[in-house]
Write a protein that binds this ligand. Sequence first.
Ligand code: MN
Length: 289
Amino acid sequence: MQLVTYVVAAGPRVGAVVGDGIVDISRHVSGAPGDMIALIREWKTLRPRLEQAMAGRPDQSLSSVRLRAPILRPGKILAIGLNYLDHIAETGAERPAHPTFFAKMPTATNGPFDPIELPAVSKALDYEAEMVVVIGRRCRNVPRARASEAIFGYCVGNDVSVRDWQKRTQQWVIGKSFDTHAPFGPWITTASDVNAHALGIRSFVNGEPRQSSNTAQMLFDCAAQIEHLSQAMTLEPGDLIFTGTPSGVGMARTPPVWLNPGDVVRIEIDRLGAIENRVEQGSGALRME
Ligand code: MN
């Protein structure tokens, strides 16, 4: 099943994709929440009722609405660095013994087709095609063998990176957390629908192929990532894990090639869909509310 957050005049709604249409979940499933994280929390009881509703006519065509980030405000966005063998090789880094995690701040959340900002303070803007795990259960100390129970679904993501800010200190967090730099979507594909470690993953800039690999190439797979993270922290419904990028990022080219205003970055993953974000120049203007 594919679940979307989309906008109508009255505000954001959650829906299920049926063909080229959307079934408005809270309209057809009485008592269903209009928010994706609440929906994930109640998924066990809601799913059978939603499946019934999906047999009816869709409420909207998919093309007539603006899709937002499937989860508007994730509690946590975790991301693993250096997780595809081909990307480790292109960065010249050693193969890591332990998974290297950093955080992207929730304010970086962005929609699947919304602009990404080239910040006024940098020119070194780069893309990273990534599969994104959506956590489905509140959990801690999850052993590898049970990690699949903690996964609600998967999305396509772009771990947009400001390379000079990322590299000039030992901490990557700021360089990975600029506003708009965590676009994902276009929907959540529920975990039971895909084998997540057998999917082609690709990126394009203005239609030119830049990355092409397969999620089978991950050094630490999704289960290993959940096992590792949950030894430290409680994972919660709607938390995201960006699971790493393959080779072909702009930083690794000779000379490096950065994103410019007007460039369109497309990330696609087999069976999970595609997201497409245009680069816009940020003004650097003061904003205070
Ligand atoms: Mn990344």
